[in-house]
Design a protein around this ligand. Structure first.
Ligand code: ATP
Length: 263
């Protein structure tokens, strides 16, 4: 069981002010940790530090007690998988081959793929409802289909820690809900640690065990969804007013309007 610990993490570009500052939180194995906050709060930057694209200026990110920067690239690739918004051109490969790339760190340099790899690839495609897309070139899939293949590739890595940056972008409502259920299954059923940024607060409330609210590069609240998604905190962070709607009908009983109307 592998927990994630972010300890006094600060990062900024060389010679400039920090983009994220003094972040500390822990995520036990088997927990879905959501990160919410307004645009520019530093959520993706935090994730980049966790999946080792950005080296912290100060502070440390530990996985299972070990500083992630002490892992070899192959160890890191076996233990951490990330689905990010990189905007890169999609590979001109069939979806199954893209998902198979997730197995690379588990194989020896010249080893051929075996039964275990094939099973992991099929299970990953099935988990995102993409078996029927397996033979199609990824470059010709829709945005949401491509996103599901990217998630399947990360699942095929069989990581301890799954990092997802806005994974519901492009997904229709059914696939959003399925992704929420998948995150739960991975956490509860398989003891994975999941770190996910979400803009949809209602989905965050349903999908996550713990939430951290970021604003201006700092953590301004952390706890259960009920503790973090409080109207006063949301007004301070997002500049919106949370209005109680129909408590009987809604698990997250708010709708939003701008606190200061745009003139
Ligand atoms: N490499 C960098 N150099 C300089 N500034 C950066 C760099 N990366 C991010 N920033 C700045 O840090 C701030 C936080 O960016 P980040 O992408 O982490 O925000 P975010 O919370 O993920 O936002 P969004 O919700 O819009 O995706 C932004 O103002 C961004 O311009």
């Amino acid at each position: 069981m592998t927990h994630l610990a972010v300890d006094a993490l600060t990062w900024g570009p060389p010679g400039a002010a920090p983009v994220i500052q003094g972040l500390s939180f822990t995520v036990p194995a088997g927990v879905v940790q959501g990160i919410v906050g307004p645009n520019g709060a530093g959520k993706s930057t935090l994730l980049r530090c966790v999946y080792r694209v950005l080296r912290p200026r100060t502070g440390v990110v530990r996985l299972g007690g070990r500083d992630v920067w002490t892992l070899t690239p192959r160890e890191a690739a076996c233990r951490i998988a990330a689905v990010v918004q990189d905007g890169a051109a999609p590979p001109d490969l069939p979806a199954r081959e893209v998902v198979a790339l997730g197995r690379t760190p588990h194989r020896g340099r010249f080893a051929r793929s075996g039964r275990r790899d094939a099973d992991a690839i099929e299970a990953s495609l099935a988990a995102v409802d993409a078996i029927h897309l397996a033979e199609r070139p990824v470059a010709r899939l829709s945005g949401g289909e491509r996103q599901r293949i990217a998630i399947a590739r990360a699942l095929a890595q069989e990581p301890d820690l799954l990092v997802l940056d806005e994974p519901t972008n492009h997904l229709d409502i059914r696939h959003q809900l399925e992704l929420a259920a998948l995150m739960r299954r991975l956490a509860e059923g398989h003891g994975k640690t999941i770190l996910v940024t979400l803009h949809d607060l209602a989905l965050a409330a349903e999908a996550c065990d713990q939430l951290a609210l970021m604003q201006g590069g700092r953590l301004v609240a952390q706890g259960t969804p009920a503790e973090v998604l409080r109207p006063a905190l949301l007004t301070a962070a997002f500049g919106v007013e949370a209005v109680r709607d129909d408590p009987a009908a809604r698990p997250f009983p708010y709708r939003f309007r701008l606190a200061s109307p745009i003139v």
